[in-house]
Design a protein. Structure first.
Length: 72
């Protein structure tokens, strides 16, 4: 699973059966909850996912967390 810091939130993305699945991630407990209301186009390249997540969650950006970056 790819894990991103999305403006201070941990979001996981996993490819399964030619689809991207999105999860809320709790790194301290290694728990993952599926986010059904967030969609990533199935044909999207992995390198474009951080930009896509930034577009979806841009309202959550703060001075302390201004970016989307892959952490795992």
């Amino acid at each position: 699973m790819l894990i991103y810091d999305v403006f201070g939130r941990h979001i996981g993305v996993r490819r399964e059966q030619n689809r991207w699945l999105v999860f809320r991630v709790d790194l301290s407990e290694q728990k993952f909850s599926r986010l059904y209301d967030v969609a990533i186009p199935d044909d999207m390249n992995q390198d474009d996912i951080p930009l896509w997540l930034g577009d979806i969650f841009h309202e959550a950006a703060t001075e302390q967390h201004p970016d989307v970056k892959q952490i795992q």
